[in-house]
Design a protein around this ligand. Structure first.
Ligand code: PEP
Length: 248
């Protein structure tokens, strides 16, 4: 049985005041009676504050990206060890905005997953097809390529990993894959992982992301291979995020 997981991706939003207010509200209202695991991925600069504010709650904090390098002359980068020291538990790797706006490619993303795991973080490896891929029927080949890069590495620990399927055309657009469409992709991902390691595949959580809102969360999370959500816009609104967590 996989425990559902809901992670909020705040992207480059917020301020000190916003971060503190939202986390106080979440901390007050999300308690250990909630049956899903809950995470928030804040901008780097708010991670320390977020871990302090959530220290007595079930909420775990994460980052939105990480360097593939351990240390050294990499101006502007933040290492996995630094994130761990700040108290982070998760890190997103390969979010579509990183892939498209910052040219992050599979080979570097695998290194980021490895860097995160060796520092004791759990990477959330994101995959998804563009609108053009979707319309031309290439969803499954794109996903196979993205997960394939990870599965080709024998060093990736499949037991300390979360996957997220996020169709790019659904992110921040108000469009979502139908529960049935999403389930097919999630089942496909799990099958590919099974070919590498059946036991890990069964325990592996695969989140769905792309305009998840309180009114569509239940039908998505009700699918066999959808183990929770990666939530962008709705994670900035306490009522919406809490409702999504309750539905998970
Ligand atoms: C995301 O950025 O990961 C995301 C899913 O965004 P939204 O929920 O706003 O579509």
């Amino acid at each position: 049985m996989r425990q559902p997981l809901v992670i909020g991706n705040w992207k480059m939003n917020g301020s000190l005041a916003f971060t503190s207010e939202l986390l106080h509200t979440l901390e007050d209202r999300i308690d250990d009676k909630i049956s899903c695991e809950v995470g928030v991925c804040t901008p780097f600069v708010y991670i320390k504050l977020a871990t302090e504010l959530t220290a007595n709650s079930v909420i775990k904090v994460g980052a939105q990206t990480v360097s593939e390098f351990k240390a050294g002359a990499y101006t502007g980068e933040v290492s996995a060890l630094m994130l761990k020291e700040l108290g982070a538990d998760w890190v997103l790797v390969g979010h579509s905005e990183r892939r498209t706006l910052f040219n992050e490619v599979n080979a570097a993303l695998v290194q980021k997953v490895l860097a995160a795991q060796s520092a004791g973080l759990t990477p959330v490896y994101c995959m998804g097809e563009t609108e053009a891929d979707y319309k031309s029927g290439h969803t499954f080949s794109v996903i196979a390529d993205q997960i394939g890069a990870l599965l080709d590495s024998d060093d990736v620990d499949l037991n300390n990993l979360v996957l997220a399927y996020e169709p790019v055309w659904a992110i921040g657009t108000g469009l979502t894959a139908t529960p049935d469409e999403a389930q097919k992709v999630h089942a496909f991902i799990r099958t590919l992982v099974k070919e590498k390691n059946i036991k890990s595949a069964e325990g592996l959580r695969i989140l769905y992301g792309g305009s998840v809102k309180p009114d569509n969360a239940l039908s998505l999370f009700g699918q066999d291979d959808i183990d929770g959500g990666l939530i962008g816009g709705a994670s900035l609104d306490a009522d919406a995020f809490i409702s999504i967590c309750q539905q998970a």
